[in-house]
Design a protein around this ligand. Structure first.
Ligand code: KG4
Ligand code: ZN
Length: 344
């Protein structure tokens, strides 16, 4: 029997400090996530400088926790995988520096992982039989991409947002209706009490038949709707706004993803990224996929948001395909999906 391969994953691209130990790419032994949300909530969004400092303070403890929880030591680790982009440069640098220091000191192979590739890989952790090719909708606070996952590290972007990311729109609308940060989970919850047909917010499609998204229009429409009522001194129903806005976003995400799957010729769809935790998106996409005879997969909510287990999983497949980083690995805040930077 072949020896097990243990991967230590490290993720610090935004406001979660996370470390995980994953066995053979798919079995999570530990996944420690230390969230800074409480700190950033005061400011209504992530403050990059504070994020970097908090990562520095806690990264060593989080890594040690991940080893302890998995019941292993540094000596047992075979590969170190780390997110090196995209994300906040100062935040990314903390994880990259920690990973490089460990790889050097322990003389273990280092693998640089693209954050979105990690989100996609989260699906492998719970759906052991899932393998490429399939289509993945990656929707988070910074990205909204429809990705054709041709192989474990071969991706074609078939649609993306031309302005705001879906999660960004959720966060902005939540702020406008006074819900707080991060807005996605709060809108998701409140929408359950509202009427999703109450207000007809716009769904944007492009004349050229492109599968790109645009969410700035729906965000502005919500703003205008509220401003108009407030000017007239009338109250608006918060839950109806949340439900109608969520429906407008979710319908477009689901429609375009299913169309993309049809165009590409695959019958399997996966969801990834923070917005993949949205209950309405999961429901609408599941219904559409049933009608189309397509299979749909999504990770549990904890694996949808930023975590290091997904990074360890992606690192495993990159490693198997021969990708290694060296001590030149650097944080690349605007790293493109499928791009391998110098040093990786
Ligand atoms: O993937 P993630 O943790 O971080 C980024 O890489 O951006 O995604 C965070 C985003 C935030 O915009 C948050 O509001 C959104 O995902 N989000 C949700 C839900 N849970 C998190 N959006 C809609 N519904 C949810 N249940
Ligand atoms: Zn993310």
């Amino acid at each position: 029997m072949e020896k097990d391969c243990l991967i230590l994953g490290i993720e610090t691209s935004c406001d979660e400090t996370s470390a995980a130990v994953v066995k053979n790419g798919r079995h999570v032994l530990s996944n420690i996530i230390s969230s800074q949300i409480d700190i950033h909530q005061k400011y209504g969004g992530v403050v990059p400088e504070i994020a970097s400092r908090k990562h520095v303070e806690i990264i060593d403890v989080v890594i040690q926790d991940a080893l302890d929880k998995a019941g292993v030591t540094f000596d047992d680790i075979d590969i170190i995988g780390v997110t090196y982009g995209p994300g906040l440069v100062g935040a990314l640098l903390v994880g990259v520096s920690a990973a490089k220091a460990l790889a050097f000191a322990l003389n273990k192979p280092l693998v640089g992982v693209h954050h979105i590739e990690g989100h996609i890989a989260a699906n492998y952790l719970e759906h052991r039989h899932l393998q490429p090719p399939y289509l993945c909708l990656v929707a988070s606070g910074g990205h909204s991409h429809i990705v054709h996952v041709e192989d474990y590290n071969t991706f074609e972007i078939v649609g993306k947002t031309r302005d705001d990311a879906a999660g960004e729109a959720f966060d902005k609308v939540a702020r406008v209706i006074g819900l707080g940060y991060p807005g996605g989970p709060l809108i998701d919850k409140l929408a359950k009490e509202g009427n999703r047909h109450a207000i007809n917010f716009p769904r944007v499609s492009f004349e050229d038949g492109s599968l790109d998204f645009s969410f700035s229009g729906v965000k502005t429409a919500v703003l205008n709707y509220i401003n108009k009522l407030e000017q007239k001194g009338e109250a608006y129903n918060q839950a109806d706004v949340a439900a109608s806005f969520q429906t407008a976003v979710v319908e477009v995400l689901a429609d375009k993803t299913v169309t993309a799957a049809r165009n590409v010729g695959v019958a399997t769809i996966a969801l990834a990224g923070g917005v993949a935790a949205n209950s309405a998106l999961r429901q609408v996409l599941t219904e559409k996929c049933e009608q189309e005879n397509m299979k749909v997969y999504y990770p549990s909510p904890i694996l949808c948001t930023d975590n290091a287990a997904m990074i360890a999983c992606a690192a495993y497949y990159e490693y198997i395909l021969g990708n290694r980083a060296d001590m030149d690995l650097n944080a690349i805040p605007n790293l493109k999906l499928g791009e391998h930077a110098t040093g990786n």
